[in-house]
Design a protein around this ligand. Structure first.
Ligand SMILES: [Zn+2]
Length: 172
């Protein structure tokens, strides 16, 4: 009789855990269906070079088809690993590239780019940040992992550039 009671207790305990697991799994699926972590760009608004005259484009539909395809694959892979990635720039007009180039050279600020030619202007590059308030660029491990994922699906990650490392930059 005692043994049976204990057995029943164990069965109830295990079933409770299984049921809870299923409930959490379903909740998680529902949550990921209805929230898009890549659409929260609010933190980016504070960045100094985001000037109204040279607006930032973050639309991945503005990328070349092949780059767009890889970008979507990349976002999916990152989401799967729970990495809160947000796209902060995709296509960049030449005017904006020139404007960025002038920062820290012919006008004040620190330099943000080393070239007037960019894969962004040819729609073959995008930049990411971590979607976390106050910590968009500070998490080294986050950028390293994203770069590894990007490289594994055929993107080139600026994170691994020896000269002028560009840790949130990807191109194809
Ligand atoms: Zn870039």
């Amino acid at each position: 009789m005692k043994k049976r009671k204990r057995l029943r207790g164990i069965i109830i305990f295990i079933s409770t855990i299984v049921v809870l697991g299923i409930v959490f799994f379903i909740l998680n699926v529902v949550r990921s269906r209805f929230s898009n972590p890549f659409e929260d760009y609010s933190y980016y608004e504070n960045i100094s070079y985001n000037e109204a005259d040279y607006p930032v484009c973050r639309d991945i539909n503005e990328l070349e088809p092949e780059t767009k395809r890889l970008c979507e694959k990349f976002l999916k892979a990152c989401e799967k690993e729970g990495l809160p990635v947000m796209i902060i720039e995709t296509y960049r007009s030449q005017e904006r590239q020139d404007y960025l180039y002038s920062q820290g050279r012919t006008r004040e600020g620190s330099q943000v780019t080393w070239t007037k030619k960019s894969y962004h202007t040819s729609r073959k590059a995008f930049d990411i940040a971590k979607n976390e308030a106050g910590n968009m660029f500070g998490d080294e491990e986050f950028f390293r992992r994203c770069a590894e994922i990007g490289e594994s699906i055929g993107l080139e990650a600026g994170y691994f550039w020896k000269e002028y490392q560009d840790k949130g930059h990807f191109e194809s």
